[in-house]
Design a protein around this ligand. Structure first.
Ligand SMILES: *[C@@H]1O[C@H](CO)[C@@H](O)[C@H](O)[C@H]1NC(C)=O
Length: 167
């Protein structure tokens, strides 16, 4: 008999062992939020509740996982929706090819495909148009449901430039 099945079984066992080790060491690995900051992004573009993520540091390809999808209002006007899995490519000041993040503009749900940090502004692009928001709006992660306006939030409402005004 071939030894291949045993070899495969050992590999599977080893890889599950590795996965367990990674989980156990999770407190030492950076959180998705501190990782965002290392790419010069504010934590507030990612809602609270990320349970896991993976990142290929050579390409910047990432996935982030929530227990559930997540909806809230962006500074009182636009509704945002994050799927339970989001993905994209991250590099300094730039998130591209995003999937799983939508914004409701008027009556349409549009995918946010790119987020760029430009100095003190965050630019969210839905392909056909983009909108800029002050970075101060994203200093804290929003919570699913009440978003940035949860009662313990210390964020001040500040001036913003709405979607569609820039087209
Ligand atoms: C996600 O689900 C697991 C299992 O149900 C639970 O233990 C954990 O607290 C949840 N995490 C969040 C952030 O909701």
């Amino acid at each position: 008999m071939s030894r291949l099945p045993i070899l495969i079984a050992s590999c599977l066992f080893l890889s599950s062992l590795t996965a367990a080790v990674v989980t156990a060491a999770e407190s030492d690995t950076p959180t998705a939020y501190s990782l965002l900051q290392s790419y010069n992004f504010p934590v507030g573009i990612l809602p609270k509740g990320v349970v896991a993520y993976d990142l290929d540091t050579t390409t910047g390809k990432f996935h982030a996982y929530f227990n559930d999808s997540c909806s809230f209002n962006l500074v009182g006007s636009y509704q945002l929706n994050y799927k339970s899995t989001i993905s994209g490519y991250i590099s300094e000041n730039k998130l591209k090819k995003l999937t799983g993040v939508k914004v409701k503009v008027l009556f349409l749900w549009l995918n946010i495909v790119e987020v760029i940090r430009n100095g003190d502004e965050m630019e969210f692009s839905v392909g056909i148009t983009s909108a800029n928001f002050a970075i101060q709006e994203f200093l804290e992660s929003p919570q699913c449901g009440c978003g940035f306006e949860c009662k313990d939030s210390k964020l001040d409402m500040i001036e913003r430039i709405p979607f569609l005004s820039s087209s």
